[in-house]
Ligand binder design. Structure first.
Ligand code: LLP
Length: 447
């Protein structure tokens, strides 16, 4: 397994993260356990800030909290000087509970409810990323009721879809998100937004995909957005102060992935903006980006205890862990690949090929197919790397399995940031209607 960030193997042959021995972490917190390398999250945040500073452009880096949203994470994000992208009342509430500065919160989503819009207006968040015509009208109306004006970006679809190594130029975009540039919706949205007295149009937003390893998709998006900005300037006399080019910067899950450095993505984006906007704008727009995965993905490691094994001679050996698709649905959902390490015997030779299964009652609940490990026995500790993004945030209680705890580790210290769910938590919201409650007389009759 590739050792990310502060991960290392100590003298006892144990995996150590943030100076904490993972065997000790298991003893203290039990498994499954999400371990987040705080120093690596901070390092990534600083890489973004540094790259932007070098560009000389004004900027905001908004962490896409959907990747991993907890109150402690919101605190880190604020400390590192980033903004925050939220997509629901739950993410917004988490940020507000963590005292995140509301003016640095951006609210995304293709179906924000009136209640969510009201909540965000009351909190005086910094910006709404408006996704469709219904929202334009609704947000303006709610802002008017509140006798206030709100900042907005319009989410546009520039006709670029990017995926890992290639981008597809789609022309007309078939997407549930945003206003299409090519069919004139984006233009109409700008006209409408400029007319709405309670909306302040700051600029445009575009997000082209996730886990992207090349810069060309971002460059094409910047070019198309700038061409649209030129049209708006010429025909409507309006200029945009902000261009948000979204997130999607890729990370290394396995050997097959070859992401660029953060600085390479950002330099390509800022260069493209300079190139395309200089000829039309006297003052270059502020550039915003929204990385999620690349800020937290490789900082996360999940620890599991190995339980049963099933060896099918000539076929395969299944080794089961005490978690699975409930704490990491990505292999089942996207066929995602992960690497693992035997964390309590990390120096031992890998000698057998096994497949790591989860404990859910479903054949699709597999974490890793065919990986080489030392001979594993029940009670061993397994570490799966790169689980910091879209694992905790997409975890479920399928099979009524309790969601794991999350700890931050740094400089030999570990701190619980999310408690493990308890069995009472599992039934906390359950209610039994009176008509099917167990009746005391029935008990007596049976006894
Ligand atoms: N901005 C917008 C508007 C987005 O839709 C997303 C991700 C991001 C930013 C952050 O993208 P990132 O930097 O994390 O790639 N559940 C999937 C990923 C879904 C991404 C959805 N949008 C997964 O586990 O791979």
């Amino acid at each position: 397994m590739y050792l990310h960030g502060t991960s290392t193997i100590n003298a006892q042959g144990h995996l150590e993260i943030g100076g904490c021995d993972t065997v000790d972490l298991r003893n203290q917190y039990e498994t499954p356990l999400y371990v987040m390398d705080e120093a690596l999250i901070r390092q990534r945040a600083r890489e973004y800030i540094e790259a932007f500073k070098k560009s000389g452009l004004s900027f905001q880096v908004a962490y896409a909290s959907k990747a991993f949203c907890t109150m402690a994470m919101c605190r880190l994000v604020e400390e590192e000087g980033l903004s925050l992208d939220v997509v629901s009342e739950g993410e917004l509430y988490t940020a507000l509970q963590a005292d995140f500065p509301p003016e640095r919160i951006h609210f995304h989503g293709n179906n924000k409810t009136p209640e969510e819009l009201q909540m965000a207006i009351s909190a005086q968040i910094g910006c709404f990323v408006v996704d469709n015509f219904d929202e334009l009208h609704l947000l303006n109306a709610i802002a008017a009721e509140n006798k206030t004006q709100v900042n907005i970006l319009l989410r546009v679809t520039p006709g670029v879809e990017a995926h890992t190594h290639e981008y597809i130029s789609t022309g007309q975009t078939d997407s549930k998100f945003g206003f299409d540039i090519s069919n004139g919706s984006a233009y109409e949205a700008v006209q409408l937004a400029l007319d709405k007295p309670n909306l302040v149009l700051l600029g445009l937003h575009s997000h082209i995909g996730s886990q992207i390893f090349e810069v060309d998709g971002f460059q094409v998006a910047a070019e198309r957005v700038s061409a649209f900005a030129v049209q708006v300037k010429h025909e409507l006399g309006a200029t945009f102060r902000v261009i948000n080019l979204g997130g999607g910067f890729g990370i290394r899950y396995t050997d097959e992935d070859a992401p660029l450095e953060v600085s390479e993505y950002i330099t390509a984006i800022t260069d493209a903006v300079k190139k395309h906007f200089t000829r039309v704008y006297q003052t270059l727009p502020e550039i915003w980006v929204e990385p999620g995965r690349s800020l937290v993905g490789d900082a996360g490691t999940t620890l599991y205890t190995i339980g049963t094994s099933k060896d099918i001679p000539g076929v395969r050996k299944y080794v089961s862990v005490d978690g699975g698709m409930t704490d990491n649905p990505r292999p089942a959902l996207y066929d995602s690949k992960y690497e693992a390490l035997l964390a309590n015997r990390a120096l031992e030779e890998a000698e057998e090929t096994v497949s790591i299964a989860g404990k859910c009652c479903e054949s699709g609940d597999m974490l890793i197919w065919d990986t080489k490990l030392p001979h594993v026995v029940s009670g061993d500790l397994l570490a799966v790397a790169c689980t910091g993004a879209y694992n905790y945030s997409m975890a479920s209680n399928y099979n009524r399995i309790r969601r794991p705890a999350v700890v931050f580790v740094k400089d030999g210290r570990s701190d619980l940031v999310v408690k493990r769910e308890t069995l009472p938590d599992i039934v906390a919201n359950d209610l039994i209607p009176q008509r099917i409650q167990k009746q005391p007389f029935a008990l007596e009759r049976n006894s």
